[in-house]
Design a protein around this ligand. Structure first.
Ligand SMILES: [Fe+2]
Ligand SMILES: [Fe+2]
Length: 294
């Protein structure tokens, strides 16, 4: 005998299918380009410039972005940066790797799309740059892991926003009524952008520390042995959101370093926050602009 489903059961079924569908969409994202890790390993092993140049030139899209970035950072030079080799030498190892990661990230979201996406990209670039500034203030070495996790911490939003538009006929901004965005997303769509970010970055074969930082950037205390990395991403993310002019709805709380447990734990003072704001605004404008345009 066929039993009729109750309204509640049908709702639960819809919910389950929706979550499955969202996860499947996240899993369908194309893999993170292999070339990124190949370039990272060449640079780290101090391979000759010609080998790095050959690898970059093999991928015209990345090569073009690197040239654009180098020209943007070194704008005002008498001659533009015309070759990949010149760009590699001018940018230096650290910046080069950052540009490569940023160039690859723009395959999934970037500056050229809707206003929401542009804002998300700007927030991501600012978080990545602020993570470097904060790491320096705390006398941590600015590592590529922190930069990468900070740049991609909100990648889950790209998928979740889409579903919010389809199923809730609104964008995530509108459903972010309360301060706990993670709880709100789970209530509205059954899954949150941290969990989706972890699924995506795991599929991309990112190392476990980056996955854990993305998965816990709103609650770094849950990141286990990667709590420190997740906390630095949390700090950079919170600062980026606080400094941005418009409230993106994603981080609605106002920053209070004296009461925020993560800021307190790392002894982030108001002076450090002001300094990082100034540095982001002045010292790194060219880099930020260039990363924003890759
Ligand atoms: Fe987030
Ligand atoms: Fe964020």
């Amino acid at each position: 005998m066929v039993r009729e489903l109750s309204g509640h059961e049908i709702d639960a079924l819809h919910y389950e299918l929706l979550i499955k569908d969202i996860i499947a969409a996240a899993e369908r994202l194309p893999p993170f380009p292999d070339v990124a890790w190949k370039i990272v390993s060449l640079v780290k092993s101090m391979a000759p410039v010609r080998e790095i140049e050959a690898l970059i030139s093999y991928d015209p899209a990345i090569a073009a972005k690197i040239l654009r970035m180098a020209n943007s950072v070194y704008y005002g030079r008498q001659y533009g940066v015309r070759t990949v080799r010149e760009a590699i030498l001018l940018l230096g190892d650290r910046r080069l790797l950052q540009v490569v990661i940023a160039a690859c990230a723009t395959l999934y979201y970037g500056p050229g799309n809707s206003q929401d996406e542009r804002e998300l990209w700007e927030h991501s670039v600012n978080s990545a740059l602020l993570s470097e500034i904060v790491a320096r203030q705390l006398q941590h070495a600015p590592v590529l892991t922190l930069y990468t996790a900070s740049l991609l911490h909100d990648i889950g939003i790209t998928i979740l926003s889409l579903y919010a538009k389809i199923y809730l006929h609104s964008n995530l901004r509108e459903i972010r009524g309360e301060t706990d965005i993670i709880r709100t997303e789970r209530r509205a769509l059954g899954i949150d952008h941290q969990e989706l970010g972890a699924i995506i970055s795991r599929n991309w074969k990112f190392p476990p520390d980056i996955v854990a930082a993305i998965e816990n950037h709103h609650n770094p205390e849950k990141a286990g042995k990667y709590e420190e990395l997740a906390s630095l991403v949390y700090i950079a993310d919170t600062l980026a959101a606080t400094f941005s002019k418009q409230d993106d709805g994603h981080h609605t709380k106002t920053l209070n370093p004296e009461s925020d447990p993560v800021f307190k734990k790392f002894n982030i003072t108001r002076k450090m926050i002001d300094d990082s704001r100034n540095e982001l605004k002045t010292g790194m404008t060219d880099v930020a602009k260039a990363l924003g345009s890759v």
